[in-house]
Structure formats: C-alpha cells, structure tokens
Design a protein around this ligand. Structure first.
Ligand code: PHE
Length: 346
C-alpha cells in the first residue's frame, strides 16, 4: 500500500442536521470541474465509506477523460450505519448537509445521482448548492441518468459481441444480468427487446417479477455470476471480480455498468489468463454522465446527447483493439488511454 493521497481534496464532515458522516472526495480537476454521483449506502463504519469515495472518485476521473469530457472526477458518499433507515424528514436533512459540503467546493465539484439516490434527491441537494445534475426535467434538469447509462451499456455490449464473437447482433446471445436496480433493470429490458436470452438476479427478491416480465430466468446472485453465458453484465455494487470468483466464472466476456468491478487491478490479469474478455467499467458506465453534461451544460437535445452516449461503442472498440494489438489487458489499455488524456497528475 502506498502512502500517497490520490485525491486533490477530501472533506469528511459530520452533517450539522443529520449527524451522519458526509464525504466528498475530489480526485482530479486537471481536465475541468470534477463530476461524480452521490452514493447513499450502508457501511460497517465511515472509514469504509471514505475508502470507497476515494476509489470511486478516481474512477470518475478516468470515466470522464475516456468519455471525452472536459471534466475531472469526484464522488460523494454518505456512510449510513448498518441497519439505519431514513424517514423523509431525516433524508431531507441529510441531503441539505450534503448540499452544504458540496457548496464548500465552490463549483470545482458537481454531483448527480448514484446508488441510493435519484432525481428527486437532486432537487433537495439543489436547495443548498447549484452544483447538481439530473434533477427531473420539469425541475430544470436532464432527468434520470440511469436510462442513458443503460443505452451506453447496450452500445458497449454490441462492441463486445462484435469483438469477441464477430457480430454486434445481440439476438440469440445469452446474458446474465446481475443487479436489477434502475440501470440493470433498463439493461435487461433493452436486451429482451434485442432478442437476447436472459438470466437475471438481484439481492432483492422483490425484483423477480420485473425480471420475469422481460422473459428472464430468475436465479440466485451466485448462479448469475457463475452462469455459462456469452456475456456477464455486472449491474450491482462493485468488487465482485476477485481472485476467488474469477476461477468460478463460465462466461466468455464481461461488460456492465457497476463501478469498480475489480477488487484490485491484478484481477484483470486473472481474467485475461482465463480468456475472459473484460470491458473496463470506466468506459461502459459513462452514458449517464455523458448525457447529463451534453444536455445541461452544452444545451444539446436529449436525442443529440443520446447519440453521443452511443459513441461508447466506438470508444470501447478502440480500447479493445489496443489491448489486442499490444497483447495487454483491456484494463491496461484503458489505463494507457486515460493517462494520455489526463497527463501526469502528481
Ligand atoms: N452515477 C453517475 C456515474 O457514476 C454519476 C453522475 C451522473 C454524475 C450524471 C453526474 C451526472 O457516472
């Protein structure tokens, strides 16, 4: 472990109203204002939330750079104690605390939705700071980004299919979608519409009906992870690809929107050795932020922004082609592309 702090500025503050630990990490503003969503999740203690914020903020720098955005990376994490549930008033207080911490960054960082937050929460944060993306359209924002993240995932899946199987057609291909939240649920729907064969899983058994509505076969999260399918689509929390899980995998390729899928960079080598093509999550998951920036900052129509999101397919193909040409992993190729774009940061 190195002692270097891989972030420009980190604020960890007990919320004045909520008493909860609010963490905002800005990894880099080398390319411009840092962007990254607001995650509201339970952690064993705030130190885990801090570690997650630092990792997620660094990934956002790479994500924005590879997406061609003039933005850096950051992240907000609220580390809820285990079992803590917020009532509406408590949630509002907490989001105002979050807004105050973001405001203290003076515009060098702007937030958006992430795991545990949605467009309505962005309205509440915006009562304390203007640096908020993805409020609902009637409230002046570009709306829920998860639909556009899913559009980007579909473009990535076509690129992976073309690279691995020689055809971008998804009809008849088999997929295991792990996680049916806002993004994963939309990905499953779009795959069903494209004529794919689907397995699906979620820790929330209440999502089974949604999965079966798309014609998916409902399985346990472990059976989904280890399914014998063409492409595994991680769409839940990160860290699922590890030295323990990789030997169990039976898919030919992996591409999905979950952030930070590898528990450590070395896991990319394990996947490569097993002949499993891994599409870097920092490329695959950029659709939400691409759409929000295009609409809210560059005043493009949603249709124009969505066309940009589909460009993820070309970006991913370039990364996979570099990996193939140099005999490196897609992770190393993406790292190389991102370093070239961001430049030396310290
Ligand atoms: N959750 C989004 C991501 O990880 C964050 C985001 C979306 C930030 C839209 C800003 C605008 O990319």
């Amino acid at each position: 472990m190195s002692g270097d702090l891989h972030a420009e500025r980190v604020v960890l503050q007990r919320g004045a109203r909520s008493g909860l630990p609010v963490i905002v990490a800005v990894h880099s503003t080398a390319l411009g204002q840092a962007l990254g969503g607001c995650r509201l999740a339970q952690y064993p203690d705030w130190r885990y939330g801090l570690a997650d914020a630092l990792r997620l903020a660094a990934a956002m720098s790479d994500k924005c750079a590879l997406a061609g955005l003039a933005h850096g990376g950051g992240k907000t994490v609220v580390a809820l104690p285990p079992g803590r549930v917020l009532d509406p008033a408590g949630r509002r207080d907490l989001l105002h605390d979050v807004g105050d911490v973001i405001a203290s960054f003076g515009g060098t960082y702007a937030t958006g939705p992430d795991v545990g937050t949605g467009p309505d929460d962005m309205v509440t944060i915006a009562e304390r700071t203007p640096w908020v993306f993805c409020r609902p359209v009637p409230a002046g924002g570009s709306g829920d980004s998860s639909e556009y993240t899913a559009v980007g995932v579909l473009a990535a899946l076509r690129a992976v299919a073309a690279h691995r199987f020689g055809s971008a057609d998804l009809a008849g291909r088999s997929f295991a979608v792990l996680g049916l939240g806002r993004v994963g649920g939309s990905v499953a729907r779009m795959l069903a519409e494209a004529g794919a064969t689907l397995l699906a899983a979620d820790v929330d058994a209440g999502r089974r009906a949604l999965a079966e509505g798309y014609g998916a076969t409902w399985v346990s999260p472990h059976d989904c992870l280890t399914a014998d399918v063409d492409i595994l689509v991680p769409a839940a929390l990160g860290g699922l690809l590890t030295a323990r899980s990789v030997p169990e995998l039976r898919c030919a390729a992996i591409a999905g929107p979950a952030n930070n899928q590898l528990d450590s960079p070395a896991t990319a080598d394990l996947l490569h050795e097993r002949g499993i093509l891994w599409a870097p999550d920092i490329v695959v998951s950029a659709g939400g932020v691409i759409h929000a920036v295009a609409v809210e900052l560059h005043h493009e129509t949603s249709a124009q922004a969505t066309a940009r999101v589909r460009g993820i397919g070309g970006t991913l193909t370039a990364v996979l082609d570099t990996a193939r040409a140099t005999g490196s992993t897609p992770a190393a190729a993406a790292r190389h592309h991102a370093d070239r774009l961001i430049g030396p940061t310290g």
